[in-house]
Ligand binder design. Structure first.
Ligand code: URA
Length: 202
């Protein structure tokens, strides 16, 4: 007998993919995380915004970008008048280190990003965005395959591994960690990049 297929169900729709992803155990991150955080938004949108992974709030609520980083992102999206969008993450489970009552965010490693790319690629095939915005290094790596430093790439339009343009910008959590003046500048750059995304799609 053949060994069982580790991924026997090939989802036929975005909704089915979201359902199957709920029980994903392709890497170890599912063990400690509360739940899979699938993408959300307008599945017919021309724009896909990809973050790193759900944070503490996202893990508990099961929705992407509902915590402090999400607030930064959503306020800059509003300022840039971003239209219909599909919001998602490169990795769909929260990776953290318990520290007392707190759960400290840990960056997913390249193996975890590669495992979760099965889902991101599937999501991208269903949504078929005309433009992708990658927030930070993990998203940029997941979508383009390049792990080069974000500092040197922010504002660039690169090619996605599955085709199509990818605009690289700061991750909103990175902005939250910067001192005031730098944070203000980075926030303005995020807004400028999102404005550019709107212009590219116009
Ligand atoms: N940071 C991310 O990259 N994604 C989220 O959903 C929340 C915070």
């Amino acid at each position: 007998r053949l060994a069982p297929d580790p991924m026997p169900t090939q989802p036929q729709t975005l909704e089915e993919a979201a359902l199957v992803a709920r029980s994903c155990a392709r890497c170890g991150l599912c063990e400690a995380a509360t739940q899979t955080v699938w993408g959300e938004g307008d599945a017919t949108a021309p724009l896909m915004i990809v973050g790193e992974q759900p944070g503490d709030h996202e893990d508990l609520q099961g929705r992407p970008f509902v915590g402090p980083a999400g607030q930064v992102l959503r306020s800059q999206m509003a300022a840039a008048q971003v239209g219909p969008v599909w919001l998602t993450n490169a990795v769909k489970h929260f990776k953290f280190q318990p520290r007392g009552k707190r759960r400290l965010h840990q960056r997913p490693n390249q193996g975890e990003v590669q495992h979760c790319r099965w889902w991101l690629d599937l999501e991208r095939r269903f949504v078929q965005p005309r433009l992708t915005v990658a927030l930070g290094a993990t998203a940029a790596f997941a979508v383009t395959g390049s792990a080069a430093a974000i500092r040197d790439r922010r504002g660039n339009v690169e090619a996605a591994q599955d085709g199509g343009p990818v605009l690289i910008t700061w991750h909103p959590s990175y902005i939250l960690r910067l001192p005031d003046v730098e944070a203000q500048q980075a926030r303005a750059q995020l807004r400028a990049d999102l404005t550019r995304a709107v212009e590219i799609l116009a």
